[in-house]
Design a protein around this ligand. Structure first.
Ligand code: FAD
Ligand code: SIN
Length: 538
């Protein structure tokens, strides 16, 4: 492993890769990623990437939809940047070799097929059938792999950010100087020194028992940044996707919202299209509304799921538009053109994260954050569908240009200025076996008490349990040799703590945070971000 670079990027999803490709024009880049290069949330994205292309649509409409879905606390400047920069970033993805689905009838203005998703007032979702993420990830990863200034280290797991705390001689201002990294195949921890570090570690769906996310999504970057003293914002806003496939042989498989944009209707077991009673946009209402409605209907009926019905659509068109969903369901004995699709809500997206400015600078000098790990303010209290791939490309581009312009003024830390990682200690297998079960306990606690509908009693209960587990994990961590499993566990408990504490602070209901103790939106006291940093005591 190389131990020095200009830009260290942690994470190889769309945010990390796109930051790296732009930063590489200004210096040497190392990307580290904890599994194989393409294992990330990006790869599983289905619906697509929002972009105004149809002349009948407008930037203003996309901005209004984003702000209204965000329930009053989006950063309006960030939303403008997001929407207005979308066409340029889309063009760049095409240049990087991403193939999107073409429209059947193209016009001079645009030739791409545009889907529709919840909360959008127009067709504006550019997609590659129903495997948009896979198409984007493989094309952009190939670009990064072939770039002469970029080195990619797979199976390298960031342990901690290097900050003042790790220097032999402390400095006054808290800055980031790179990261300690575990080479998981050779079980070796090294310090990678970097002038600029960019956290692009994605979300934290796997803090919950039921999630659409892959196992890598455990909030690592947010937990590391929090431990390093960075400000963390809006962690209470966890988006539950309304329609994960509910089947005993399938965990985490999403049924894209695009299928509702294509005409699917959410129904209960008796065939009632109950969303008509909850919102004028019916099955295509924003996700917070749909997920809460489904949660209510499931609790009321005692059934374990609701259904998506697309049987009325032309079967050939459905198979063509959703080939991956069709195949996956067919393997499980569900023909989506003839059968109802059983679905349940599941943890999907984290609207909060490391608080950053419009160039993705965090509150720690020389530390940037992009993508789902960051909180740019774009999503506010709820994310509009297909705005996150867009956020990742728009803001990582801004971040790389900002960092590139500063790089020559940033000093590299000399090798002997930083403490080597002390990896002494033993693994007590018996204690580890007991401790490793804690991850399921945390996930179940978060699912049961910090879910779609919350209350103070439930949140307090979660806080007590998470705090006890955190104590056990931290004590084990301090006296043992580090493994990737232990790092995951430690980051999950920290991220869970941040979610619970943020949720306990917000004494109102807004967007994705709904609590029966404060069911109203409180414009006077709570029209603002929830910000936590380590200096605070809980
Ligand atoms: P990721 O793509 O998750 O990448 C994070 C990277 O960080 C991974 O490579 C991971 O291995 C690495 N990493 C994590 N921790 C460490 C560590 N400690 N050390 C080293 N590496 C680490 N959004 C849309 O806009 N449109 C959609 O259609 C859409 N569909 C979705 C469908 C599904 C099933 C899911 C789960 C999400 C979907 N989203 C969608 C959300 C979107 O995919 C993500 O928000 C976005 O891809 C996040 O990109 P990212 O680069 O920030 O993170
Ligand atoms: C989906 O395809 O339903 C997911 C879209 C998103 O999360 O933005």
């Amino acid at each position: 492993m190389k131990l020095e670079c200009d830009f260290l990027v942690i994470g190889s999803g769309i945010a990390g890769l796109s930051f790296a490709l732009h930063a590489a024009a200004h210096g040497s880049v190392i990307i580290i990623t904890k599994k194989s290069g393409n294992e990330c949330n990006t790869r599983y994205a289905q619906g697509g990437i929002a972009c105004v292309l149809d002349p009948r649509d407008s930037f203003r409409n996309h901005i209004t939809d984003t702000l209204s879905t965000g329930h009053g606390i989006c950063n309006a400047e960030a939303v403008e940047l997001l929407v207005r920069n979308a066409p340029d970033r889309l063009r760049e993805l095409l240049e990087w070799g991403v193939h999107f689905t073409q429209a059947r009838k193209s016009t001079a203005a645009f030739s791409l097929d545009l889907g529709k998703e919840g909360g959008h007032s127009a067709h504006r979702i550019v997609h590659a059938a129903d495997t948009t993420g896979e198409e984007i990830e493989s094309a952009v990863l190939a670009q990064a792999r072939s770039h002469p200034n970029i080195s990619i280290y797979e199976h390298h797991h960031a342990v901690e950010l290097i900050t003042n705390h790790h220097l032999r001689r402390r400095r006054k201002k808290n800055k980031c100087y790179g990261a300690y990294v575990l080479d998981t195949q050779h079980r070796y921890i090294g310090a990678i020194r970097a002038k600029i570090t960019c956290v692009a570690t994605g979300g934290a769906g796997k803090v919950y028992q039921h999630s659409t996310n892959p196992d890598v999504a455990r909030g690592d970057g947010i937990a590391m940044a929090y431990r390093a003293g960075a400000q963390i914002a809006n962690m209470e806003f966890i988006q539950f996707h309304p329609t994960m496939l509910c089947h005993e042989q399938s965990n985490s498989f999403l049924i894209s919202e695009a299928i509702r944009g294509f005409g699917a209707v959410i129904k209960d077991a008796c065939g009632r299209a109950f969303m008509d009673e909850y919102d004028p946009m019916k099955s295509l209402a924003p996700r917070d509304i749909v997920a809460r409605a489904i949660d209510r209907e499931i609790k009321r009926s005692g059934q374990n799921c609701v259904y998506l019905d697309i049987r009325h659509a032309d079967a050939t068109q459905t198979r063509k538009r959703f080939p991956a969903i069709y195949k996956r369901c067919k393997r499980l004995g569900i023909d989506i053109t003839r059968d109802l699709i059983p679905v349940v809500p599941a943890a999907h997206y984290l609207c909060g994260g490391i608080k950053v400015d419009s160039c993705c600078k965090s509150s720690i000098e020389n530390l940037y954050a992009c993508g789902e790990a960051a909180c740019t303010g774009v999503h506010g209290a709820n994310r509009l569908a297909s705005n996150s791939l867009l956020e990742a490309v728009v803001f990582s581009h801004r971040a790389a240009h900002d960092a590139g312009a500063r790089i020559h003024g940033v000093d590299q830390l000399p090798i002997d200025a930083v403490h080597a990682w002390d990896d002494s200690g033993t693994i007590d297998i018996e204690e580890w076996i007991l401790l490793s079960h804690n991850i399921y306990e945390i996930q179940a606690t978060m699912w049961d008490y910090v879910g779609i509908v919350r209350s103070d009693v439930r949140l307090q209960r979660a806080r007590r349990r998470i705090s006890m587990l955190e104590g056990e994990i931290e004590s084990y961590y301090k006296r043992t040799r580090i493994t990737p499993e232990l790092l995951d566990l430690r980051n999950v408990v920290t991220t869970a703590k941040l979610i619970v504490n943020s949720a306990l602070r917000r004494h109102e209901s807004r967007g994705l945070h709904y609590t029966t103790d404060y069911p109203e939106q409180d414009e006077r006291r709570w029209k603002r971000d929830t910000i936590i940093s380590k200096k605070l005591r809980y």
